[in-house]
Structures are given as C-alpha cells and as structure tokens.
Design a binder for this molecule. Structure first.
Ligand code: ZN
Ligand code: ZN
Length: 218
C-alpha cells in the first residue's frame, strides 16, 4: 500500500498519551495498523513517554505513585488501542483489526443507512465527545451536506476521493480542520469506503494537550 497522507506528530503524541476521544483513537489505530511509517513514529513517542515516567520514578515517586500516574494517563478520555492488536491482520479482510473489533466483523457486518445522494453511512458507538462513522460513497458521488466544526480525520479504506486540497487513496488519511471547507468526491470507477471521525462542536479543544494544540491549526 503506497501511503502519501499521514497522521501529524501532534495526533500521534496525543494518541500515545491517551488524550484523544475514543472516536479519534479508532481512526488513528486504523491508520497506524496500515502504515509502517506512522507506526514507527508512534513507537518513538511511546518510548519518550515511558522514559519521562521512569525519570519521575527515579526522582522521588513510590511504585504506587507511578501506577497512579499511569492510571491517570489511561483514564484520560480513552486509552490508546493496543498496537499489537492493530498490527494483527487478516489478508482477506478489508477492515484492519481495530476497526473489525468495533464493527464486530468485516464490511459485510456493517449496518448501512442512506444519507442521500447514494451515500450510505454507519455510525459506530463511541464516547460522546466525538463521533466516528463509516462512509460508502458511490463512484463519482460527492459527500452530501458535508460540514464539520472542528477536527476531522478521514481514513480511506478502499477506492479514492478528491477534494479541493488533494487526492486521497486507500491507506491515506486526511486531517482537516474547521478552516478547511471541502467537498470530497469519490473518483469514478470504484466506490470509496472511508472511516471518518469528527469532534462534537466546541468539545475538542479542551481535551487536547496544550503542547499539541498549535499544530492542529497549521
Ligand atoms: Zn501514516
Ligand atoms: Zn470534512
């Protein structure tokens, strides 16, 4: 799979720290399971996070305090989905392992609902601070009534779409903010299947690590 569009460092850091809403965790885990480059970058952020905790322990923390810190990180707003699970793959499946676990199967287990213009969607159950859906966009069709008021991650699983910014093919992830007004259109010739997460209006900013916030506005 040749992947051109990747996760930002800020998103990988926030994922590693357990700071992302569950819906974003799922999309990040799905991309990481498909992408060797992002998996390697995530491993380095995980290592840095672990080293910081070890230093704390050397200084003055009791083992209990370390455990409490780890628990706080885990409780944030959803622990990162374990990457061992993310790297498990079934060759015949379209969905990577983290997504299959949410859906309870592969694409044939999805309960699609029409949203107009031939497009179908299936909203997956997650915590309410953000939402995540599967989108099935017929070849040549546009995503109707498309708007988002915060951060949006769109992972392409099959086919490809174009918007005003670029082309996104299977494996690519688009990171869009509210500043990006765009109309994704599936390329002719093949239906496009995506996994897209958006934050609930006005809810996301407070959940992000302060350090990471400026990166989201680039
Ligand atoms: Zn990547
Ligand atoms: Zn969008």
């Amino acid at each position: 799979m040749s992947i051109k569009h990747h996760l930002t460092d800020a998103l990988l850091m926030a994922y590693s720290a357990g700071e992302l809403p569950e819906a974003f965790n799922l999309v990040v885990a799905t991309h990481v399971s498909l992408c060797d480059e992002c998996r390697a970058r995530l491993a380095s952020f995980d290592a840095v996070g672990g080293a910081v905790l070890e230093e704390c322990e050397d200084a003055s923390m009791t083992p209990d305090a370390l455990a409490a810190t780890m628990e706080r990180i885990r409780m944030g707003s959803g622990a990162p989905i374990h990457t061992d699970a993310a790297t498990r793959r079934h060759l015949s499946a379209l969905f990577p392992a983290p997504l299959r676990d949410y859906v309870g199967g592969d694409i044939d287990a999805v309960k699609w609902r029409p949203v107009g213009g031939g497009v179908r969607q299936a909203i997956l159950p997650t915590s309410k601070d953000a939402s995540v859906r599967l989108l099935h966009i017929p070849a040549g069709a546009a995503v109707p009534d498309h708007g988002h008021r915060g951060l949006e991650l769109t992972q392409v699983l099959k086919g490809a779409f174009r918007d005003e910014h670029d082309r996104f093919g299977a494996g690519d992830i688009e990171v869009a903010t509210e500043a990006d007004v765009h109309t994704p259109v599936a390329e002719p010739g093949e239906d496009c299947i995506c996994l897209a997460a958006t934050d609930a209006p006005l809810k996301f900013t407070g959940l992000l690590p302060r350090l990471a916030q400026p990166f989201f506005r680039i």
